[in-house]
Ligand binder design. Structure first.
Ligand code: ATR
Length: 283
């Protein structure tokens, strides 16, 4: 699929800290499943060390890799080519090398959509209005994906209203920002609700969302995956909503990178998901 795949690609995920990253479980699982030569390692790179790391990458030490906090924005101006999704989202999570050119893109929107497609086939033909809660990097990826699928209306609500307005203005129609106080009514208008904040994650406060007006069949997607089933998803399901968890997005966002580095499109299998679930439950 892509030109010049090395015989034994060396790949990485860089971040600081990096010990928590589950990307090596995903890519390591695919390397083993397909009996491939190559590696995928977690590498702790501080912000000060980022230019040196990229110089080694450019010189041929690696085929590609993932980028996580705090480098997702910092890496942007250091690349020779930035894909359209990464430019729109304003962050890079996947890198590859073309000879001595460093390239990057963002696969979070693809991951978000891939998991939604796998869980609720044909959802985009039925969904007209999406409600996106949050306005950070994750919200930008979700909005990029939803806009690409042609939803008629995408309403962004954020604790800090200026950030929601900024996001809506940057992406343009069909995005619009609304105030937090309108959430109970917006819940009743939405066909798809996405929590892109970290609220509801273990150790964080709950997302206090009034679901009284939720219509049965509304998809409720929480990008939080620790715990696997958040209080939001449990309450949505109790009210007849269709819950979609965040672990699938993590798994699906890894697919395009692996395909590029190893020349083989991997599958998000139940067995891989089960291994990630066991790891999450064990912590
Ligand atoms: P990410 O890149 O993971 O999206 P981020 O850019 O830090 O992370 O964005 C975090 C999002 O969670 C923001 O929308 C943030 O709202 P603010 O813009 O008002 O900060 C939201 N968030 C975090 N803690 C929150 C809280 N206690 N209540 C409501 N929203 C919260």
């Amino acid at each position: 699929m892509f030109a010049s795949i090395p015989a034994s690609p060396r790949c990485f995920v860089i971040g600081h800290p990096i010990a928590h990253s589950r990307s090596s479980m995903i890519h390591g699982g695919w390397i083993a499943e397909h009996g491939l030569a190559g590696s995928y390692d977690r590498i702790d790179v501080t912000p000060a060390d980022l230019p040196d790391f990229l110089a080694r990458f450019r010189a041929g030490a690696f085929a590609g890799g993932n980028v996580t906090v705090p480098h997702k924005q910092a890496v942007l101006p250091l690349l020779d080519h930035v894909g359209e999704a990464a430019r729109a989202i304003g962050a890079v999570n996947m890198l590859w090398r073309e000879e001595d050119r460093l390239c990057g893109d963002n696969t979070d929107a693809v991951g978000f959509l891939g998991h939604l497609d796998a869980c609720v086939g044909g959802w985009d033909a039925r969904a007209a209005t999406a409600l996106v809660i949050g306005a950070g990097g994750a919200a930008r990826a979700v909005c990029h994906g939803l806009k690409a699928r042609g939803l008629a209306r995408i309403v962004v609500v954020n604790r800090s209203p200026a950030r929601a307005q900024e996001l809506a203005a940057a992406f343009g129609a069909p995005l619009a920002a609304q105030a937090w106080k309108h959430l109970p009514a917006l819940v009743g208008e939405a066909d798809l609700i996405v929590n892109t904040t970290s609220l509801g994650m273990t150790g964080q406060p709950q997302l206090d969302l009034d679901l009284a007006r939720l219509r049965p069949g509304t998809i409720v997607d929480d990008i939080v995956y620790v715990p696997l089933k958040t209080a939001l998803l449990i309450e949505a399901e109790r009210r007849g909503g269709v819950p979609v968890d965040g672990l699938g997005m993590l798994l699906h966002q890894a697919v395009p990178g692996f395909a590029r580095w190893f020349g083989l499109t991997p599958s998000v299998t139940p067995a891989l998901r089960a291994r990630l679930e066991a790891d999450i439950l064990g912590h």
